[in-house]
Ligand binder design. Structure first.
Ligand code: SF4
Ligand code: SF4
Length: 418
């Protein structure tokens, strides 16, 4: 006779889970339709049925250490087919949201990211920071919204009749670059700590056993290449995971274009930073990324292409979220926060450019301030935000391949190829 297992439910965990989007978990009666329907679930010990019962029982430790929550691509097939109207796809999404919240310190930011009632705190931190910098800079120069004129020796402050130069409001060398540089270092360090914690917490066998035989693990480099090609660059798994309705198509196109929009803008930012700072040592680099740029500068063209991709991806994803809110799949604050911040970043960036061309300092500089606040909200809170899944999900997918927890669709492909 086996010993009885004592289950100690974490009631607060169930409540928290319901708050961040897993509010239908009580409806599940364990028919397993969802696990059968999921196109990505491994054949062995599949998800999401088991996660539904663990959630009902409040088994927090099992759920937060469950690698399977990261294998789900949230296509909603399981939720569509559930005979009880439970939403297992949303539950897994809510679990991932909870995971971001607890992977990195300070955990209070994770708490702020979980509900709209803390949005003012998320805005206040970067808003105060940039306002203080603006006040210090304005006091030093004796002018808060200046124009700039070129007098043959460089740009000089003028009260009117010159050009809007954003670098004059927040000089790059002394404000933007050090502040974003420190923020980037903080974000990278937080991701390093978060991923380390995430990987060590996974409750999976550390040896690879297939068909009862112990196998040698694949190299981690191969796993990374497979995930990058199979899941990230081509977004191929997204097509295997659903892609039947208009909403699925919007989601695919939205994510795909948003991803490449961010890649383009990341390249532009890197070129500007490297040529600006590298130009101080190797002078011929300096003009390449010098700002403001003319419209036909290749770096500027790439920046505009990135902005267009970003706006297109945002439109697709927003349409899908709005449609979801009208149907049975709702969207959590995490989803709307991310979409909202990216919208503000993209639109304020666009208006900054237009207002600079129009040379309207009274609007251009406040717009630039809002742009910087929103960029800081996007980058500074990355390790706690939905966008953090780019890093955490990639890490989990790589590790899942490393320990042989391969999604069913990938297994089928391999069998087919052989
Ligand atoms: S979530 Fe729905 S489909 Fe899945 S086991 Fe529960 S009742 Fe069945
Ligand atoms: S991948 Fe799709 S079907 Fe599978 S659990 Fe996630 S939402 Fe459900």
């Amino acid at each position: 006779m086996t010993n009885p297992v004592r289950i100690q439910p974490d009631l607060q965990f169930i409540k928290d889970l319901q708050e961040v989007g897993g509010d239908t978990l009580k409806k599940c009666y364990q028919c397993a339709t969802c696990s059968v329907a999921c196109p990505l679930s491994p054949a062995d010990n599949p998800y999401p049925r088991k996660e539904m019962i663990w959630a009902q029982w409040g088994l927090k430790d099992k759920l937060v250490n469950d690698i399977d929550i990261w294998l789900c691509h949230n296509c909603g097939t399981c939720s569509d087919l559930c005979p009880r109207g439970a939403k297992p796809g949303d539950l897994l999404s809510a679990l991932r949201n909870m995971a971001y919240r607890n992977l990195v310190e300070p955990a209070i930011i994770g708490k702020w990211m979980s509900s709209s009632k803390y949005l003012h705190m998320l805005i206040a931190l970067p808003a105060i920071l940039w306002a203080v910098i603006w006040l210090i800079r304005g006091s030093i120069l004796g002018s808060f919204f200046p124009y700039f004129v070129e007098d043959g020796h460089g740009w000089k402050v003028a009260q009117e009749g010159g050009n809007v130069i954003y670098g004059g409001l927040f000089p790059g060398d002394f404000t933007i670059d050090p502040l974003f540089g420190l923020t980037a270092l903080f974000v990278m360090w937080s991701f390093y700590k978060g991923v380390k914690k995430q990987i060590t917490s996974f409750d999976v066998p550390r040896t690879l056993v297939i068909g009862g035989e112990k196998k040698e693990k694949p190299s981690i480099i191969k796993c990374i290449i497979d995930v990058v090609l199979d899941e990230i660059v081509t977004h191929r798994k997204w097509k295997q995971c659903g892609y039947e309705t208009e909403g699925d198509e919007q989601k695919f196109k939205g994510h795909w274009t948003l991803f490449f929009g961010f890649v383009a803008l990341a390249i532009v930012t890197s070129v500007v930073a490297v040529t600006h700072w590298g130009g101080k040592i190797i002078p011929f680099l300096a003009p390449i990324g010098h700002t403001p740029m003319v419209l036909f500068n290749p770096v500027k063209i790439l920046a505009n292409v990135g902005a267009i991709l970003l706006l297109y991806g945002l439109t697709m994803l927003t349409k899908r979220r709005l449609a979801q809110n009208e149907t049975k799949h709702g969207s959590s604050f995490y989803d709307w926060y991310l979409l909202g911040v990216i919208w503000v970043v993209a639109l304020t960036g666009l208006f900054c450019e237009l207002l600079r061309w129009a040379n309207v300092a009274g609007l251009a500089y406040p717009m630039y301030y809002i742009h910087l606040v929103s960029v800081m909200m996007l980058i500074g809170y990355l390790p706690w935000s939905k966008l953090g899944h780019l890093v955490y999900r990639t890490a989990a997918l790589v590790y899942a391949r490393y320990v042989g927890r391969v999604p069913m669709a990938a297994k089928e492909e391999k069998i087919f190829i052989l």
